[in-house]
Design a protein around this ligand. Structure first.
Ligand code: PPY
Length: 278
């Protein structure tokens, strides 16, 4: 039986491609309009895939904002995808016709140099996804808007063509995606028999918070720290996401090591939980 996977739509986004790389033909891909809605789809679907960070433009803010309030499921895997962006236009449009470039903010951020060198007077406008940008250009009756998206999008929308291929600021451009899942009881269906990563979400107590102290208490190898404002809290009280990895010398008992670390954080008065183990 196929599993139901929530992805950022419409079909043709990089998130859809990353999900396909992980699940191949064993899944039904359910389009959601935003990253927030993709994470919320875990309330009804088996899995969801969201972009985590990009090697040029960094962390995906909308994903971490959604992870602040994640109600169902846990991160149980990751996929790394090489990203090659195209400037896509309505068939027949020339670069001199373009006065507006639209895409997901990550794609606009990964192509800043191309835009400033080749389309210096064009305005930019954010869309909910790269494929949504392609869809918008396809629906327009005018030739002045270009989308930044994957070359797959021109197979989805017949009246589009690629004007320039490979417009990202660096050739080496990768995005990491998180695979989140749950079983029918809402528990994560751990695929990974030997997990090596975890994501710990920490809401520090208001009193005397010191990041260096927190890292000492965590006492695991911390590979990444992301930080977003805590919703409906005191001003500048933040939620921290600590991506921790097991030591290559001691990978066994990793889930226990993570649990102990979380207990230490809680014993120091902070709120902490694991939202991923993979
Ligand atoms: O909009 C998309 O296609 C996404 O999946 C988000 C994104 C955008 C740019 C690079 C990687 C992921």
């Amino acid at each position: 039986m196929k599993v139901d996977v929530g992805v950022l739509g419409p079909l043709g986004t990089y998130t859809h491609q990353a999900a396909h790389e992980y699940f191949q033909a064993s899944a039904i891909y359910n389009e959601r309009q935003t990253i927030a809605a993709t994470l919320e789809s875990l309330e009804t679907l088996d899995y969801a895939v969201v972009p985590r960070e990009n090697s040029i433009f960094g962390s995906v803010v909308e994903t971490f904002d959604g992870l602040r309030v994640l109600k169902q499921g846990l991160i149980q895997g990751e996929v790394v995808l090489k990203i090659q962006h195209c400037l896509v236009v309505k068939k027949g449009a020339k670069i001199s016709d373009i006065d507006c470039v639209i895409s997901h903010e990550q794609a606009l951020g990964q192509c800043r140099r191309f835009i400033s060198e080749h389309l210096p007077s064009a305005t930019t406008s954010k869309t909910t996804s790269t494929a949504a940008a392609a869809e918008t250009v396809s629906k327009l009756q005018k030739l002045n808007v270009a989308a930044i998206c994957s070359k797959i999008c021109i197979t989805m929308f017949e009246d589009l063509e690629i004007l320039v291929d490979g417009i990202q600021d660096e050739d080496i451009n990768y995005t990491r995606f998180f695979i989140l899942g749950k079983d029918s009881e809402g528990r994560p269906p751990f695929k990974s028999l030997r997990p090596t990563h975890a994501l710990i979400r920490v809401t520090p107590s208001k009193m005397c918070f010191d990041l260096a102290e927190l890292l000492k208490i965590v006492d695991l190898s911390v590979k990444r720290i992301d930080r977003r404002p805590a919703p409906a809290s005191d001003p500048f009280l933040d939620i921290y996401f600590l991506e921790v990895v097991s030591s290559p010398h001691n990978p066994s008992e990793w889930p226990e090591q993570v649990s102990h670390s979380i207990l230490r954080i809680r014993n120091n008065g902070h709120f902490a939980e694991s939202i991923g183990l993979w």
